[in-house]
Design a protein around this ligand. Structure first.
Ligand code: ME8
Length: 525
């Protein structure tokens, strides 16, 4: 069996239209899957919807729908969005699927039987939107510490999961598996904020509503939404079902991507649940920050929400994906602003990338009737230097992306773009043509096309159509010249012919007009 790659996104609460922030995780997971596919691995990407719980029940009621009718509609909406965003997922799991519910029930009974789950009474302050209980001391100004909304005092007979039993084992695991949590500071955060103060046993059933998976041996209880939801990563692969071949092949996951607000559930509860069942843990859980607006969180009431569809319709999918991935630093939140969006579009995509392609295609047409010179020995003084620096950038790109420094890794690709633009100035092909320096001119054109080929392969996981468009315009048809492996060498380009007239891949935007357009849209939605 070849190498496999399994990447998961959180499954979304289908409680409204997804804004660009919520799309981040999925675009990132898709990009990582595409990158690994390009590297020749057998890949599986999972996404889906988290459809149980009090919050869903209440939203459905407000919309005069049954919970089931409501989640059906929302799951469809989510799938439509992922189609628009060209997300190459392999399975869309819904936690209302029968096979998922059945396995959750079996897991619950198993944990109950082995003594990890016990019955008790729960009393605490409950935040309905976050589906989480808090102790008085955890509240901030009497409100939910996560979302700032009102909490309710609630008491109920509940089942508990014995977290305390696993605390030491979890800490030891963190210690022995430095790649388990990325970035590393999230591990420190978990230890200092939650584990050191002492893990409370987790209340894992509810009796106050019924939209959830029933506990088979005590059906007035429904399973707490997190215990239900987290196991989607296994049930989607057929774990504990008749055909568990996908589970055998892909579990443990290579990467599970989650936003910072759900880090605690994935970094503490999830590994503990898996340990209790003696199952292997995912190799890495990557926690990303949030896309914020200049004035804080996106919210309808502030009139600062931006939806992916809006940007895609006007600026295209690849520009939208590029912006999202390029603007999220590892160590803090990313900021969306109309100014920044238009600037990135004009500078990075139009000036740097699109112009490089256009100038190159037109020069190869002008000087060689479109026929790309095959590999030449390096004859310009700067050829050697260009090759060396390009390969260094590619190596650095690999290092950064392996460490989930996504924005930085895109910056590294754009260093290749800038370096190649600089190479045009350095070799000044128009002078070489005038001076009839044929060999040098051939070398210059070869290197420009070869670097554009490399750039196309590097951006392909993030901007698939743009990459294909570049490859088409520079005449790369041979599949061997489209592989990730072909990146690290300067390849022979045999019988490569560029298209007769280059087509701009990104057209310069009128900044003022577009900034105003985006601002208006944000106000009106
Ligand atoms: O958390 N920027 O679902 P969800 C970046 N159902 N990411 C953001 C964001 C923003 N502005 N806003 C939200 C859930 N997200 C649970 C998951 S998994 C077993 C259950 C991210 O729809 C958020 O951090 O509230 C989370 O990773 C994802 O969107 C889905 O959030």
């Amino acid at each position: 069996m070849g190498e496999t790659f399994y990447v998961t996104t959180p499954i979304y609460y289908p409680s409204g239209k997804f804004h660009i922030g919520t799309a981040y995780t999925t675009v990132l997971a898709d990009s990582l899957k595409r990158l690994n596919k390009l590297k020749g691995k057998d890949c599986f990407m999972l996404t889906g919807t988290d459809e149980h719980g009090q919050k869903i029940q209440e939203v459905a009621q407000k919309n005069n729908l049954t919970p089931k009718e409501y989640v059906d509609k929302m799951a469809e909406m989510a799938q439509d969005l992922w189609k628009t965003m060209n997300i190459d997922y392999d399975y869309f799991i819904r936690t209302t699927e029968e096979r998922h519910e059945k396995v959750i029930q079996e897991i619950f009974e198993k944990l109950l039987k082995q003594g990890d789950i016990y019955k008790g009474t729960y009393e605490g302050m409950y935040c309905v939107p976050c589906e989480t209980y808090f102790t008085e001391t955890q509240l901030v100004d009497g409100k939910c510490p996560d979302c700032g909304r009102e909490v309710r005092k609630m008491q109920e007979e509940s089942y508990f999961f014995n977290m305390k039993k696993y605390t030491d084992r979890l800490l030891k695991y963190y210690d022995e598996h430095p790649d388990f949590i990325k970035p590393e500071y999230r591990k420190t955060e978990m230890i200092n904020n939650f584990i050191k103060p002492g893990l409370e046993d987790l209340c894992i059933t509810r009796t106050t509503f019924d939209w959830g998976i029933k506990v088979p041996s005590d059906p007035k209880h429904v399973v707490y939404v997190w215990l239900d939801a987290l196991f989607n990563y296994l049930t989607a692969l057929g774990y504990m079902s008749e055909d568990d071949s996908l589970y055998q092949k892909f579990w443990p996951a290579n990467v599970q991507i989650v936003g910072k607000d759900i880090a605690r559930f994935h970094l503490i509860y999830w590994p503990i649940f898996l340990m209790a069942l003696d199952l292997p843990l995912p190799k890495t859980i990557f926690v990303h920050n949030w896309i914020m607006m200049k004035d804080g969180k996106m919210s309808k009431s502030k009139g600062n929400v931006i939806y992916p569809e809006t940007l895609i319709e006007r600026y295209g999918l690849d520009a939208t994906r590029y912006f999202l991935l390029r603007e999220m630093p590892l160590a803090q939140d990313g900021i969306f602003s109309p100014e920044e969006f238009v600037e990135r579009y004009n500078y990075d995509l139009c000036n740097d990338l699109s112009n490089l392609l256009n100038r190159t295609v037109s020069m190869v047409n002008r000087y060689f009737e479109g026929q790309v010179p095959g590999k030449t020995k390096n004859v310009n003084d700067v050829d050697e230097q260009l090759e060396k620096e390009t390969i260094e950038h590619i190596n650095k790109f690999n290092e950064l992306i392996d460490n989930f420094e996504i924005a930085e890794s895109l910056k590294e690709i754009w260093k290749v773009v800038s370096r190649t633009n600089k190479y045009i100035d350095e070799t000044s092909p128009w002078k070489l043509a005038k001076e009839e320096e044929k060999e040098k001119l051939e070398s210059s054109m070869y290197h420009l096309i070869e670097n554009l080929r490399k750039i196309a392969i590097l951006i392909k996981p993030f901007m698939n159509d743009t990459a294909d468009n570049i490859l088409r315009q520079i005449g790369i048809q041979d599949e061997n010249l489209k592989t990730y492996d072909s990146l690290l060498n300067y390849q022979e380009l045999q019988n490569v012919k560029v298209i007769e007239k280059g087509e701009p891949i990104f057209m310069r935007l009128n900044s003022e007009e577009e900034i105003n357009y985006i601002k208006e849209i944000m106000k009106n939605k």
